[in-house]
Design a protein around this ligand. Structure first.
Ligand SMILES: [Fe+2]
Length: 294
């Protein structure tokens, strides 16, 4: 077992067996997290090749530990409505598709308003967060309109911002290293999975043999995929190498943007750095539009 150092918590992990241990120490005792799993069967509706799970339906693809943390820090949920979660992903390929999560959207904070954002950390391995913005998070593939798609790469220790209104899928692009992510998110809502399921996943699939391919189910024109990397945003409590749990605890008010994103549009997008200058120009226009609308 090795220490998952980048989480900043006393968590040990065996990359071979995927066993994870939350170890009590002088630094604190863990509160018992809520634990759930996703099976191959549960994921099959959003795969490029749903039939590839045949014979393995009940196998577990990933484990989610919700409301993880140290005893004595219950005020993070009770007072600040901030929940800390950790997820462990096994190594796998779905046919030619790389390991991924089911994909979901967050609901709007108020009717017609922005949806809740989220902050992820890669505590072990590498992740790509595939994000897309749609006109209706429940719509099927014949009527949904996708306005933007982003592939945000996040290396170990980095923090990945999911801005409001962007649904997200977590992909493990590394075929040799399992993945552990952690996140802080507002505890006042439940995610919406339906739209991604009826569309057979998001508008892009990441495959081993063909790279990024469009999901042919979408009747609308699928926007180009904009590639980005994660940057630090100290003003939002996000610094690579500093554990997300510790940053949240040290100053919960710094994470108020997870509940009031409309005051922090510029800063949230500052953490998403596009390699192509055209995409950076798109970002500047997008941020301006959001700020003018609110
Ligand atoms: Fe989310």
């Amino acid at each position: 077992m090795q220490l998952v150092q980048d989480s900043g918590l006393n968590i040990y992990f065996d990359p071979e067996t995927l066993r994870i241990a939350f170890v009590d120490s002088d630094a604190g005792k863990f509160q018992r997290p809520e634990y759930s799993v996703r099976t191959f069967e549960a994921l099959s509706p959003i795969l490029e090749d749903p039939g590839c799970v045949a014979g393995e339906e009940q196998e577990i693809v990933y484990w989610m530990y919700r409301n993880l943390g140290l005893q004595g820090n219950e005020h993070m949920v009770k007072t600040h409505s901030l929940r800390y979660d950790l997820s462990v992903f096994r190594l796998h390929r779905f046919g030619q598709e790389l390991m991924k999560t089911s994909g979901h959207y967050h609901p709007a904070i108020w009717q017609g308003g922005p949806s809740y954002p989220e902050i992820y950390e890669v505590a072990y391995g590498t992740a790509i967060f595939l994000m897309q913005e749609v006109d209706d998070i429940n719509a099927g593939p014949d009527s949904v309109d996708v306005s933007s798609c982003i592939a945000l790469e996040c290396r170990q220790g980095e923090k990945a911002i999911m801005p409001p209104n962007f649904g997200h899928v977590t992909i493990n692009p590394d075929p040799n290293t399992p993945l552990i992510t952690t996140n802080w998110v507002c505890s006042d809502f439940s995610s919406v999975y339906g739209g991604a399921e009826v569309c057979q996943g998001f508008a892009w699939y990441r495959t081993e043999d063909r790279g990024w391919v469009e999901n042919p189910k979408y009747a609308c024109e699928v926007p180009k995929l904009r590639h980005a990397r994660c940057g630090d945003v100290p003003e939002l409590g996000l610094v690579a190498g500093r554990g997300l749990y510790e940053s949240g605890l040290a100053n919960p008010e710094l994470f108020a943007w997870l509940k009031r994103p409309y005051d922090f549009t510029q800063l949230m997008w500052q953490g998403i750095e596009f390699s192509d200058p055209d995409d950076e120009a798109w970002k500047a226009t997008y941020v301006e539009q959001v700020d003018n609308h609110e």
